[in-house]
Design a protein around this ligand. Structure first.
Ligand SMILES: [Zn+2]
Length: 154
């Protein structure tokens, strides 16, 4: 039987040769959804890409902060924004969430049109002048039903 100590040592061994600079120079911004496995989606392994996740895969200030650090400190040059079908944030109502939580001040970023929201996120990143590299920003929809990535933007 394998002990937890053995497992921890194995995990340490597998990260020993992992570079801090992503091998593929890519950052994937995507949703926290359990059905999304970014490494499997790209046939990648630990060390290949940076992954930034939040509810919805929405572009916000913290995503931009991560992208700036990734490009400036870890030499990444490409960004894939990946939203997905059947997302829990799609159709989410701030009013409903506020009522359930008893708070009037929070915003949850619920959206209706998946493709329009993705295009808008890509456009806002392409317009973010602080980002050193903005010429390889692409929007994809991950179709959870087929487990395929569909490119939406140029
Ligand atoms: Zn989602």
């Amino acid at each position: 039987m394998t002990s937890s100590k053995d497992l921890i040592q194995q995990a340490r061994a597998t990260t020993d040769d992992v570079p801090i600079i992503p091998r593929k120079g890519l950052v994937v911004v995507t949703c926290m959804d359990t059905r999304i496995d970014p490494l499997a989606m790209y046939n990648a392994r630990v060390g290949d890409v940076h992954v930034i996740r939040n509810a919805g895969g929405l572009v916000n200030g913290d995503v931009l902060r991560g992208l700036l650090i990734s490009q400036v400190r870890a030499n990444t040059t490409a960004i894939d924004l990946v939203m997905h079908t059947d997302c829990a944030v799609q159709g989410l109502e701030d009013r409903e969430m506020r009522s359930k939580l008893g708070s009037q001040s929070l915003e949850f970023g619920g959206f209706d049109d998946l493709e329009a929201t993705l295009r808008s996120g890509v456009a806002s990143l392409r317009a973010a002048e602080l980002l050193p590299h903005r010429d390889r920003i692409t929007g994809y929809i991950f179709e959870v039903e087929t487990r395929r990535l569909r490119r939406v933007t140029e």
